[in-house]
Ligand binder design. Sequence first.
Ligand SMILES: NC(=O)c1ccc[n+]([C@@H]2O[C@H](COP(=O)([O-])OP(=O)(O)OC[C@H]3O[C@@H](n4cnc5c(N)ncnc54)[C@H](OP(=O)(O)O)[C@@H]3O)[C@@H](O)[C@H]2O)c1
Length: 302
Amino acid sequence: MSINRRQFISCLAMLGISFDVPAISSGRHLRSIPSTGEKIPAVGLGSWLTFAIDVDDQDQLSSREAIMREFLQLGGGMLDSSPMYGVAQEVIGKSLKHIDQHDDLFSATKVWTRGHRQGFLQMEESMELWGLPRLDLMQVHNLLDWKTHLPTLREMKEEGEIRYIGVTTSHGRRHDELISIMQHEQLDFVQFTYNILDREAEQTLLPLAQEKGIAVIINRPFQRGGLFDRFESYRLPTWASEIDCTNWAQFFLKFIISHPAVTCAIPATSQLQHLRENMGAAYGRLPDAPTRERMIEYVRSL
Ligand SMILES: NC(=O)c1ccc[n+]([C@@H]2O[C@H](COP(=O)([O-])OP(=O)(O)OC[C@H]3O[C@@H](n4cnc5c(N)ncnc54)[C@H](OP(=O)(O)O)[C@@H]3O)[C@@H](O)[C@H]2O)c1
């Protein structure tokens, strides 16, 4: 299912939300997964910290369910989690039971332990927690014991328990090792950090992913919220309207998803209003190469 800008606005209206949506008519930004050609939305959702709540607190649980429901209604796809994120997978599974329409959900989680048996058991537990017949993507979290886990992931993929496999890292950790894995192993996805202030990935990781046909998930798109702390007291440039950005979140996310090697960015949020801002980046015009340079120069000047 794909929704266009008009449907996006009408979803917001049905939810009783009046919101400043970028004023252009193109549809939701989708990206192809190189290994299959399947298309997924370019804006996803993370769950680190933001979904690590008190599961016995019904208000907190309901608020995360509302975030997931609206994420899917507004055309979101990839939801990224991990056993490392406390009860996040339990929260996701409990919420999904109450959300009827989740055909577009692209479930992504990770294995984060050492050893074949422990890895297998942890992945089985994740499947149960999500409560889905199969998971879309299983990633080795922070490359932990990847030599043990990748063969297990391949077996699970062959048996149809998962559809895609990948590895993750973040904020510059173990990039040399990640590069070597990308060069020598067959992967569907890689996940690493890239944002307008942390552009190291432009040097090797992004071009290598493109060359090897590996889909790219971008974590920490807001530098764990640090980009807002640093820039939200400044105005957006007037020309931000030319790329349909009405707030900083859209400016930061559009910078990321306009990179030709990027498949999906996964901003995390615990607030509906932030989710709405973030999902606005999935619509409207994106910056071209000269505008991307202009964006870099602008944030440098602040
Ligand atoms: N190695 C790995 O595999 C790895 C490592 C890091 C991250 N990840 C994945 O990537 C996801 C994203 O990274 P992240 O969670 O570290 O950081 P992030 O998405 O860069 O930033 C999240 C922070 O930004 C704030 N935020 C979100 N939208 C906002 C908006 N529109 N306006 C103002 N503030 C906003 C959130 O606060 P509010 O709750 O107040 O909105 C939260 O504090 C993670 O959740 C996780 O799924 C994976």
